[in-house]
Design a protein around this ligand. Structure first.
Ligand SMILES: [Zn+2]
Length: 441
């Protein structure tokens, strides 16, 4: 351990070199710590405060204020975490991930995982994905379906919650729904029983039962695939809707009755409008959003997870595989995003990580959001306070405020000047526990 030269003699100083070990030594952690924040991003007001400190007691934030005041009020044995040279912000939240998927640019990539990898093997990989996400600064994630891995997301969530493995706070949706013949695996001989990427459901009664089943096994969210077969017509991105109106009302109605919210995969305009009319809570991807559907989304207070980077990431490969429309979607989504920002839509940070490899930092989405029309502050808000709103977890997550979980990250530079700085998170605290840290300089 190396002591920082400016150490206040009254306080023990923690100099963290590698938080991974600390994560397994919960018993040795100090109960109270003070984080000195050179710059602190106040996501609620959309401003940067300087020379602040955060008092953390147990897993929650006790107080936030001017550095001297907080230090004076802190117990004498509080540990000091010196981030006075860094920018400190709330833990990042990704509202659209797939920890049980390892990238599926082509259909063959996807089929390979479902046909050749067992659910235990995929779950082992998911634990690595969860750790990767946390180390990249993502302290909470909404994982939007296991792609054939049944309820393994519930198990990963449980293992994280019990401190067995490091990972973000998980909000899970288990299996997702699609109707017969509308989701992979497809194209195999009818003589073969191949795995399904979703829970296949047809008809309102079967759907209600399936919602109950998913809730029984631990689903926090209900997800369904609203559309497929995307095509361009008159400059609009259209699609075929997978369910009848009655079926979609059954999904949303039963989910809401059981206090679960509903996420709809909807890429083309037809799917987006059908999902909004059915009463869903979030639109996933939404590349085909236009003026009219953005207005409807705003009017209904529905959140949008644009997942920009994944579309860019898969576009070339899917175009080469015979689906050139994925390249058009990149341009369409850029236009839709700019328009939605101007119209004040609730845009929550969602990446579809897992749809691309977990070796890609899911923070790359930030740069695209800024390039497409958000200010860096708006992009940060989308992954903190707005995302917490989507999760209905505003009392616990999304800002550095008294009473909330001490989910706090830091970067050395200024992400408001260079948003890509968020791809270089150097400090991660979740629930008052440090998982990644930098020595004070
Ligand atoms: Zn997805």
């Amino acid at each position: 351990m190396r002591r920082a030269a400016f150490a206040l003699l009254l306080f023990p100083i923690i100099v963290i070199t590698d938080g991974v070990g600390l994560a397994q030594e919960g018993g040795k952690l100090p109960k109270v710590s003070v984080i000195k924040a050179g710059r602190l991003i106040d996501v609620r007001a959309g401003r940067v405060l300087t020379d602040r400190a955060i008092l953390v007691e147990g897993e929650r934030i006790k107080s936030v204020g001017a550095s001297d005041d907080v230090l004076k009020a802190a117990p004498k044995d509080a540990a000091i975490i010196d981030l006075s040279k860094a920018t400190v912000l709330p833990g990042l939240i990704d509202c659209h991930t797939h920890i049980l998927l390892q990238g599926d640019i082509t259909q063959a990539d996807y089929d390979e995982q479902l046909l050749k990898e067992s659910i235990p093997y995929r779950t082992i990989r998911a634990t690595v994905a969860a750790k990767t996400a946390l180390m990249n600064g993502f302290t909470a994630m909404r994982d939007l379906e296991t792609e054939g891995a049944m309820y393994a997301d519930v198990d990963v969530k449980r293992a994280i919650g019990r401190g067995i493995i490091p990972g973000p706070r998980m909000f899970v949706s288990t299996r997702a729904f699609s109707a017969t013949g509308m989701y992979p695996l497809l194209g195999y001989s009818w003589e073969l029983k191949v795995p399904e990427g979703v829970q296949v459901v047809d008809g309102p009664d079967e759907i209600r039962k399936a919602v109950r089943e998913q809730v029984k096994y631990g689903a926090d969210w209900i997800k369904f695939y609203c559309d497929r077969r995307y095509y361009l017509e008159g400059g609009k991105l259209r699609s075929k809707v997978n369910f009848t109106e009655d079926e979609m009302r059954a999904i949303v109605g039963e989910a809401h009755r059981l206090d679960r919210r509903v996420a709809a995969h909807a890429i083309g305009k037809d799917g987006i409008v059908a999902a909004l009319k059915a009463g869903v809570d979030t639109i996933e991807h939404g590349d085909g959003l236009d003026e009219e559907s953005i207005d409807l989304m705003v009017e209904k207070g529905v959140y949008w997870c644009p997942t920009i980077y994944v579309t860019v990431y898969v576009a070339e490969g899917r175009a080469a595989g015979g689906n050139p429309i994925w390249k058009e979607m990149v341009d369409l989504e850029r236009k839709a995003f700019g328009l939605a920002v101007r119209k004040g839509a609730r845009i929550a940070y969602g990446t579809d990580a897992g749809g691309y490899s977990w070796t890609e930092n899911q923070a790359k989405e930030f740069s695209y959001m800024v390039r497409y029309g958000m200010t860096p502050m708006q992009a940060i808000q989308s992954a903190t306070i707005v995302a917490a709103g989507l999760l209905q977890a505003e009392t616990d997550l999304g800002a550095i405020e008294p009473g909330k979980y001490a989910d706090i990250v830091a970067v050395l530079g200024d992400p408001l000047k260079d948003i890509a700085e968020l791809e270089r998170v150097t400090f991660v605290m979740k629930g008052g526990q440090v998982y990644k840290g930098e020595t004070s300089k």
